[in-house]
Write a protein that binds this ligand. Structure first.
Ligand SMILES: Nc1ncnc2c1ncn2[C@@H]1O[C@H](COP(=O)(O)OP(=O)(O)OP(=O)(O)O)[C@@H](O)[C@H]1O
Length: 644
């Protein structure tokens, strides 16, 4: 329980604000900061600016501070129920000594009356909107409403309206009964997902790592191409494959190419030849204009695409997703792929979670009849009472990568189910039993870090070719929960550099060296380098140190290091930054203390599922439990809008 006894103790607050509505609450940022923990200047100046027009009522002023803080934390709105009656900005230290007294919000009804009396309805011309007991920045209110509208209108229309008989014949080719590996009575969700998505203009296929999302979607593309080729052979489908980051786009290209290769013999060559294998980033699809927030493609300059497939959708924020939909031609089909258990996007929104509620709410009677007709499956979930159906969603549940017996898959499942002691036991038992996939790293950093550095990073200095160095670097990564602190990215990178410098290989004082892995930390649209792109400092034939990046078209892109945007060393990186990437072996480090707001089940799950075959974890038992029990909660109005 929070100790709210000292809240509102600042006498200046009451004196400033209770009588004269034109006098700013607190009077200065410094005074506000002394009372409210985690306050940022942007929150304070935003609230002050808006209150100039609305009046300096303390409850309103603090609602605006809380709204600004919510946006910084990735929420698209501030539901009154999340703060009513709560103490905002209260903090105390480990001994219980109050450092920030905070501010107590009134009960929900009184906040509701206060906001309702102001002209903040959606049709008013205000920078903020009050709607259905939620406070919004107008920008995000507009994005949410627009995106929900786009999705609703796409969900209402069928894509190309193929006949069920045509679809069934096509599915029978793609999913021959002889190849069905599912046990008797088990639903083949990959088959259902293709059947479910093939006749709709908007669909979501979600599932954990290795559940066959790319494999399934490649069959879906094949199905659509087969159906279209039969109907209008002269008019090929224009398909765009996209992902939020360069790395994720590269992985999507590789997985689609691998799936296409595996389907030779099952699917006709002329169909396979029409499946594109080159994915782009979402930014590239929309067309970045340097130094502008707007893209080349928008509602007045639509994309030329019949079908847009977006992978790793958990990373796409609300604003970007809305911009994609704005640029889509009306007839186009959208397929979203992703893992809804992963961390949400860095910027505001939780689009995948909002459009893919779990457990599956069930299908409508009409969709059930269709799915039964084209797949023969009769055990599919039915929406309760015929309401709230989610016909656009298919979940893949069976991991082909983790067979359920391996440590990584079991750990990921236990973490996402919130089983803190069971998951910790899996880790300790794996250690005792010498599990090939899982291990717990012992004690101090010095007990294990040098061994991993020698195993994976020393080799970077012995590679003859830069391509070799990239493949070695892709095999292993140290993932940290945070940037700062003993177990943070900055310290670990520095320790590794120092270790390598002591061996005469690296330079620990900030200078570049041959074999240094780097990560870009800001977008540079002119150079085509994006936040999160990973490169290598490499000496060229002439003896000059260059920065090298993998490039889909050129193979490698060589740049003068002086041209690079901001970058950092990347022996270790944050779990957030590794979304969309995978490594053979991952070492995940959790902080030494439990008082870390970043720790959550979603963070641990995202880190665990970056490992393909080995996962080593450095954590204390209490920090681990704290993480598994923590949740990332994003407030948003999109889910409500969609279920209307
Ligand atoms: N029905 C299937 N039969 C045989 N192999 C399959 C099947 N489904 C998927 N696979 C294989 O399982 C592996 C994982 O599949 P895929 O890459 O499609 O999964 P994903 O969900 O996209 O994974 P990621 O976590 O990388 O996003 C691939 O090697 C794929 O060929």
């Amino acid at each position: 329980m929070l100790d709210n006894s000292g809240a509102n103790a600042d006498p200046n607050l009451a004196r400033d604000s209770s009588k004269d509505k034109n006098i700013p609450v607190y009077g200065s940022f410094a005074r506000a900061k002394a009372q409210l923990a985690a306050l940022e200047p942007i929150d304070y100046f935003f609230a002050r600016e808006l209150c100039q027009g609305l009046g300096f009522e303390p409850q309103l002023f603090h609602l605006l501070l809380a709204l600004s803080e919510s946006l910084r934390n990735g929420h698209t709105c501030l539901p009154l129920e999340s703060i009513a009656g709560q103490c905002f900005g209260f903090a105390s230290d480990d001994e219980g000594l109050v450092s920030h007294h905070g501010f107590i919000f009134a009960e929900q009804e009184s906040l509701h009356q206060l906001l309702s009396a102001l002209a903040l309805a959606p049709d008013q011309d205000q920078a903020i909107v009050y709607y259905r007991q939620k406070l919004y920045f107008r920008r995000y209110f507009t994005f949410e409403g627009e995106l929900a509208g786009f999705i609703r209108s796409k969900s209402a229309g069928a894509f190309a309206a193929f006949e069920p008989d045509e679809i069934k014949a096509c599915l029978d080719t793609l999913f021959p009964a002889s190849a069905n590996e599912e046990g008797a009575g088990e639903i083949d969700w990959q088959h259902i997902a293709v059947a479910n998505a093939v006749n709709k203009s908007f669909s979501v296929i979600a599932g954990g790592p290795g559940t066959g999302k790319t494999y399934t979607v490649t069959k879906l593309l094949a199905a659509l191409i087969m159906l279209e080729q039969a109907r209008s052979p002269q008019k090929p489908l224009t398909i765009a494959l996209v992902a939020p980051t360069g790395k994720a786009a590269q992985r999507l290209s590789e997985s689609i190419a691998k799936a296409v290769k595996g389907f030779r013999g099952l699917i006709p060559e002329k169909v396979l030849a029409a499946i594109p294998e080159q994915a782009l980033t979402v930014h590239r699809l929309l067309g970045v204009i340097p130094n502008q927030v707007n893209f080349r493609h928008h509602r007045d300059n639509l994309l030329q695409a019949d079908l847009v497939l977006i992978d790793e959708v958990s990373m796409v924020d609300l604003a970007l997703m809305t911009r994609v939909f704005r640029a889509l031609p009306q007839h186009s089909k959208v397929i979203l792929l992703g893992d809804a258990d992963q961390l949400p996007s860095v910027a505001a929104g939780s689009v995948l979670n909002d459009v893919a509620p779990r457990p599956h709410p069930g299908f409508s009677p009409k969709n059930l009849a269709y799915l039964e007709q084209v797949t023969g499956c009769r055990q599919l979930p039915k929406a309760k009472g015929g309401k709230g159906a989610a016909d656009h969603i298919s979940y893949l549940v069976k991991s082909r990568r983790f067979d359920g017996q391996g440590g990584i898959g079991r750990l990921a499942a236990a973490v996402i189910a919130g089983q803190s002691s069971e998951s910790w036991q899996l880790l300790t038992r794996a250690q005792e039993e010498g599990d090939e996939q899982l291990s717990l790293l012992p004690g101090e950093l010095s007990a294990w870090l040098p061994r991993l550095v020698e195993q994976y990073y020393l080799g970077l200095f012995h590679c003859d070719q830069v391509g070799e160095a990239f493949s070695l670097l892709g095999r292993f990564r140290i993932l940290c929960a945070m940037r700062k602190g003993e177990y943070g990215v900055e310290n670990i990178n520095q320790l590794i550099k120092q270790y390598l410098a002591d061996k005469g290989l690296a330079n620990a004082s900030g200078r570049l060296y041959h074999g240094m892995p780097v990560m870009i930390s800001e977008n540079d649209y002119r150079l085509g380098l994006y936040n999160g792109d990973i490169g290598m400092i490499w000496r060229n034939d002439k003896g000059h140190l260059m920065a090298v990046f993998e490039d889909a078209e050129l193979g490698f892109k060589w740049l003068m290091p002086s041209r690079l945007p901001q970058f950092e060393t990347v022996y270790a990186m944050t779990i957030h930054k590794t979304q969309g990437s995978e490594f053979d072996h991952v070492a995940m480090l959790l902080p030494g203390q439990t008082d870390n707001k970043l720790l959550s089940r979603e963070l641990l799950y995202t880190g665990i599922t970056r490992a393909k075959s080995r996962l080593s974890i450095a954590s204390k038992a209490n920090v681990w439990s704290h993480g598994v029990e923590g949740r990332v909660k994003r407030f948003s109005g999109l889910n409500l809008e969609l279920s209307e």
